[in-house]
Design a protein around this ligand. Structure first.
Ligand SMILES: Cc1ncc(COP(=O)(O)O)c(C=O)c1O
Length: 385
């Protein structure tokens, strides 16, 4: 079966954040992390069938849903998960906020490395925890952990280490050595790890497999809350079906306690879509990854010619993290928006001077956006002369 990722879709025909932000303006939205591709046919068919049933009563996750998720994780990542470890959630952001609430107590601290997907930065405070951060550093063309600085930034009351792997926005797939170092640090400092692995289905570098940190060994698994979802991989984020994997019974109890009366069950349509995606979506996913690799190459090629801009090759995700600090432009997100391209501002990720470009769109849209960026930069360079 072939899938046509070049096909344009009029996303302004329905309400939606990505295109709605610039309604009526000639600005191509390459910001929020959803893609301009229709979901896989298998997912759409499953949704049609469920809708045709006509009754949408309260529904808990069912055995065949858990079974396909467990199979997919075993096949893709070599990690054997048990059904009772799964807790379905209406969102991964919900999951890491719950982790902040379930681990330690008010006044404790939570660590995360920056730059980072913005809701990580607010989650600790939402649960009266203190946020501690340390920057990732660019070394040899890859974003890396500064291990000494990371350890030094932890406090006596740091109870939770929030990891994002694959990483948004820098696109790294952390390797076994890095993950083992994090796991050892968590053990030494008696921290729980909350690992947001929402992008694990979007690994672009075939020689860098995603390793769930909890899959390192059972001791690491016991101190880890892993968060996953079909939402990024199969482009169904507004269906809000996600899950936590918590092998330790006591940690699971604390997590459920934090949910009680506040977090609802997952929408039945989200779970129907999730089951179809994990069971029947792999051919589509592989075709998508090929297409995204092509788009990534376009971005890398174009950015290399843009004066004052540089980027690294994202190992996973459909996101390019672009350093504009040498361009002489004060507010690059505003500059490119003015040029007709809507990007995410690095400021919100804790690193001003950068922008994040989402290349999950038809190639024609991407090429047009890159050419607008190039033209605007050329004009800017002329004016600066
Ligand atoms: C790393 C990461 N975590 C979580 C989310 C959002 O998760 P959800 O919409 O399930 O809350 C995103 C969306 O971009 C993300 O990039």
């Amino acid at each position: 079966m072939t899938f046509n990722f070049d096909r344009p879709h009029d996303r302004t025909a329905v309400p939606g954040e990505k295109w709605g932000r610039y309604a009526g303006r000639d600005i191509l939205p390459l910001w929020v992390a959803d893609m301009d591709f229709a979901a896989p046919p298998a997912v759409i068919d499953a949704l049609h069938q469920r809708i045709d049933h006509g009754i949408f009563g309260y529904t808990e996750a069912w055995p065949s849903l858990n079974a396909v998720v467990i199979d997919a994780i075993a096949n893709d990542h070599g990690w054997q998960v048990e059904s009772e470890w799964l807790i379905w959630l209406p969102g991964v952001v919900t999951g890491f906020n719950l982790a902040c609430r379930a681990v330690g107590e008010a006044g404790d601290s939570v660590f995360t490395a920056t730059p980072i997907y913005p809701p990580f930065l607010f989650a600790p405070d939402n649960s009266e925890r203190k946020l501690l951060t340390c920057p990732l550093e660019l070394e040899d063309g890859r974003w890396q952990w500064n291990r000494e600085a990371t350890e030094a930034s932890l406090g006596a009351r740091t109870r939770l280490f929030m990891l994002c792997n694959p990483h948004n926005p820098v696109g790294r797939v952390f390797d076994r050595d890095e993950l083992t170092w994090i796991a050892n640090l968590a053990e030494k400092r008696d921290m729980v790890i909350c690992s947001d692995e929402i992008h694990c289905g979007l690994v672009l570098d075939e020689h860098r497999p995603h390793i769930p940190i909890a899959a390192l060994d059972s001791a690491v698994a016991r101190r880890t809350i892993t968060l996953m979802a079909p939402s990024k991989t199969w482009n169904i984020p507004a269906l809000y079906a996600s899950f936590a994997i918590i092998p330790d019974a006591e940690l699971r109890r604390r997590f459920r306690r934090a949910m009680r009366g506040i977090v609802p069950q997952v929408n039945v349509l989200g779970m129907v879509a999730a089951e179809a995606a994990y069971r029947d979506g792999d051919t589509w996913r592989r075709a998508l990854l090929d297409y995204l690799r092509g788009n990534r190459a376009r971005v890398l090629e174009a950015v290399a010619t843009m004066p004052g801009l540089r980027t690294t090759s994202p190992e996973a995700t459909c996101l390019a993290w672009i350093d504009c600090r040498d361009s002489g432009i004060d507010d690059p997100a505003a500059f490119f928006e003015h040029a007709g391209v809507g990007l995410s501002d690095g400021k919100g990720f804790g690193l001003p001077g950068f922008v994040r470009l989402n290349f999950g769109c038809p190639r024609a849209t991407l090429d047009e956006a890159l050419s607008r960026m190039s033209d605007a930069l050329a004009e800017h360079a002329m004016r600066m002369r």
